[in-house]
Design a protein around this ligand. Structure first.
Ligand SMILES: *Cc1c(COP(=O)(O)O)cnc(C)c1O
Length: 392
């Protein structure tokens, strides 16, 4: 079957495939071929494809009310806010539609706080290889190579430090510094967790210098690391957190969370047509409730450990460089730049394809559904073994 895609704007190279159905950790293409999905919408579908609880939430809410307007409260918005604050160190929630938008909100909130409480301080220290989204401000906050000139001029005020190098952070702190913003585990940068000591040092110097600590948990949050939120791995309480991806389980939902002391927006500062709409927040409520079901997060941790062991065995067997990550956000370190070739060959496997991602050419990233089975984890590693062995 040939596919006519001429009207779809070209923004990335896509294979000649159309995915038509999904169930759990499996996707089906237009020809009926099955794929074991370790992308899951880019770490988005934390409960896999076609999760019954999410479907029920969509159906129920769609029949009640889809959007009364962001100028009014609605039931799921209130319920999900309460659920998030009851299970975190934060007091206030603003819902957004994408991770980038939540991060834009975090940047605005920090700058507003700087205006009110820190003599107009506005600089936010961010990190090389960090990723915060594709709006102009979040691209400027990101530390992706080449992004500083891509759509120049950048939004100013995002000096870059090195992850896990506290001295590189200290050097950048001055009177203008209002916040430090980081991913607890750099996702797009190649699944690089912040060290425990580094995170605790960040919390200490931010407290000492009256600087806000912002964690971008768009990828690492919502159960991905085995904790509901990734910063909980470090036993620290940040001032601001952003969520995206997993919180909607596949639908466009994101959130900006802040403590009472920091939540200083006034009417007119922040908003958006779809923000907090009941259809998406009803799904988010179902997702977070399922993550909080007794034993669920413990299982994520256990399966993360199981995947780690499988990857270490594979690495040993094939002479690779080991693995890293937290929970079910992991990466296999190849010793050569064969990542893109592995991704291509894995997808083209017959009769069952495997969907993977290579954020760096010497790395394969795994971001499966959090409710994936051990059998499926094992099956992935067995398929991957064959693929790597097939590359000379
Ligand atoms: C994906 C991602 C974003 C951007 O989220 P979008 O929903 O694509 O805008 C921001 N931060 C991190 C850490 C991400 O992984």
């Amino acid at each position: 079957m040939t596919i006519d895609t001429h009207s779809v704007m070209y923004i990335t190279k896509r294979p000649d495939l159309v995915f038509t159905e999904g169930q759990g950790s499996w996707l089906l293409d237009q020809n009926g071929k099955k794929y074991l999905d370790f992308l899951q919408g880019w770490a988005v579908n934390c409960l896999g494809h076609s999760n019954p609880g999410m479907i029920e939430a969509i159906e129920k809410q769609a029949k009640k009310v889809i959007n009364p307007s962001p100028a009014f409260y609605n039931e799921p918005m209130i319920a999900l806010s309460n659920l998030l604050t009851a299970n975190s160190c934060f007091d206030k929630v603003f819902f957004a539609n994408s991770g980038a938008e939540a991060n834009e909100g975090a940047i605005k909130l920090a700058r507003k706080w700087g205006k009110l409480h820190k003599n107009n301080a506005f600089e936010i220290i961010t990190f090389n290889h960090g990723f915060h989204g594709r709006t102009l401000a979040t691209m400027s906050a990101s530390g992706k190579e080449g992004w500083d000139t891509m759509f120049a001029p950048q939004v100013p005020g995002f000096p870059k430090a090195e992850l896990n190098d506290i001295e590189s952070v200290k050097k950048l702190i001055n009177d203008k510094t209002v916040a430090i913003m980081l991913e607890p585990v750099q996702g797009e940068g190649g699944v690089i967790p912040a060290d425990h000591q580094f995170m605790r040092d960040l919390r200490e110097i931010t407290k000492k210098n009256k600087i806000l600590l912002i964690v971008d948990e768009v990828q690492a949050g919502c159960g991905r690391t085995g904790k509901l939120f990734a910063h909980q791995l470090y036993n620290i309480n940040p001032d601001i957190m952003t969520l995206g991806k997993g919180i909607g389980g596949g639908v466009p939902l994101a959130a900006l969370l802040a403590t009472d002391e920091v939540a200083c927006f006034e009417p007119g500062d922040q908003g958006g047509t779809y923000n907090g709409n009941p259809l998406m927040t009803a799904v988010g409520f179902s997702v977070i409730s399922q993550l909080l079901a007794p034993g669920f997060l413990d299982e994520v941790l256990a399966k993360g450990q199981y995947l780690r062991e499988l990857l270490l065995d594979l690495s040993k067997e094939l002479g690779l460089d080991g693995e890293r990550g937290e929970g079910l956000l992991r990466a296999l370190k190849l010793n050569r730049d064969i990542g893109p070739e592995i991704v291509e060959r894995a997808r083209n496997l017959e009769p069952i394809g495997l969907l993977l991602n290579s954020p760096r050419p010497n790395l394969i990233r795994f971001m499966p559904a959090l409710n994936i089975s051990r059998e499926e984890l094992k099956q992935m590693v067995d398929l991957l073994r064959g693929v790597i062995k097939s590359i000379k």
